[in-house]
Design a protein around this ligand. Structure first.
Ligand code: SF4
Length: 351
């Protein structure tokens, strides 16, 4: 056995020895229920386990299997997702459920390739599902795994390049334990989340420390390498909170794009455009003294600066526009609002 193989064996064995399943209870794992595993993997993208658990439980209570999810209307699915963010995940999950339900006998796909043909399922999710549900030796590669591999093996290939993805993917698939792929995948992800953390990794108690190249070479802070830093786009939005004593107007956003399918107040590119809309549709003039509520909000790729004008009228009329709905204030909690809108209504109702 050569040195390279020895190091890989050391890495794999120490990691599996370190891992103690049960430290982090994950109800969907024990059941081997493919729908539960798939749903949990989608919910866990961008969300921590403790945050997603109550959502998972509520979701499976209402949509206990892929068929009940496929038959539901998108608005209801989004409502059950409300608060988890990244709503594209919910829309893709719903679409994918429809596609699975249409398959012969409604069976879930078996291979990674088939899973990746479904909307919202990339290589990471497909590897996780097929290893956890079917025991296939497909290595997961998420931010935690990239970090652990880059540090332990001292890899200085940027992880956000196509070359980096190939290098890391090949290494990850050579390392995976063929006999216990699910256990290994879970171990490496948990290890990255709890020991080899982005900041202040626990090197002094790390079971891999005596062969970790980043630690030996003092490169922990530098690895993993990235070719570029995310540059957030700035986005300015003007909202009009037009309301009377009982009602307000909401608009459903288009299904695709940011906050797709969620509800918000009528939105404009600026105050002038909003004033024209108020004049043309409602014959209203925005008072010169109107003072908006200003909200800053961060999304993964955007930095939003929103201003919200609250305009109270005597009697609000319905607008004949497909995406515009007249909503009674009491019914507002029934609508799936996006995170920025929730921030605004929390401010508005606390005043
Ligand atoms: S020694 Fe430190 S950097 Fe290396 S794998 Fe362990 S926790 Fe990560």
């Amino acid at each position: 056995m050569n040195k390279e193989t020895d190091v890989k064996n050391y890495f794999r064995e120490r990691l599996i020895e370190w891992y103690e399943p049960g430290d982090r209870p994950m109800p969907w794992k024990e059941s081997k229920n493919i729908y539960h595993i798939w749903l949990s993997e989608i919910m866990l993208q961008q969300t921590r386990v403790d945050q997603m658990l109550p959502y998972f439980e509520r979701f499976v209570k209402r949509f206990p299997d892929v068929h009940s999810l496929a038959e539901a209307v998108e608005d209801e699915v989004l409502k059950y997702w409300e608060g988890l963010g990244y709503y594209r995940r919910a829309r893709n999950l719903h679409k994918a459920a429809g596609l699975i339900a249409e398959r012969a006998e409604g069976d879930a796909p078996q291979s990674m390739k088939e899973w990746m043909e479904l909307p919202g399922v990339g290589p990471y999710t497909a590897a996780a599902i097929t290893s956890f549900a079917y025991g296939q030796p497909n290595a997961v590669l998420d931010g935690n795994v990239f970090r652990v591999l880059a540090r332990f093996f001292g890899l200085d290939v940027p992880i956000d390049t196509s070359q980096g993805k190939i290098v890391f993917s090949k290494l990850a698939n050579r390392l995976i334990c063929q006999k216990k792929p699910a256990l290994y995948n879970q171990a490496i992800m948990d290890f990255g989340a709890t020991v080899c953390k982005p900041a202040n990794p626990l090197c002094s108690s790390c079971p891999l420390s005596d062969q970790c190249l980043a630690r030996l070479g003092n490169l922990i802070a530098e690895l993993p390498l990235r070719s570029r830093l995310p540059n957030k786009k700035k986005w300015k939005i003007t909202y009009c909170h037009l309301h009377d004593h009982h009602n307000l107007l909401l608009v459903r956003r288009p299904s695709e794009g940011v906050w797709g399918g969620l509800y918000e107040l009528p939105a404009f590119s600026g105050k002038r455009e909003m004033a024209k809309w108020m004049r043309d549709i409602f014959d209203l003039k925005l008072p010169g003294t109107a003072d908006p509520v200003r909200i800053r909000h961060e999304l993964t790729h955007r930095q939003i600066e929103a201003e919200v004008f609250s305009v109270r009228v005597k009697k609000l009329k319905e607008v004949k526009k497909e995406s515009c709905v007249l909503v009674s204030s009491k019914m507002l909690p029934k609508f799936a609002l996006h995170s920025l809108m929730k921030k605004y209504f929390a401010i508005f109702t606390s005043d």
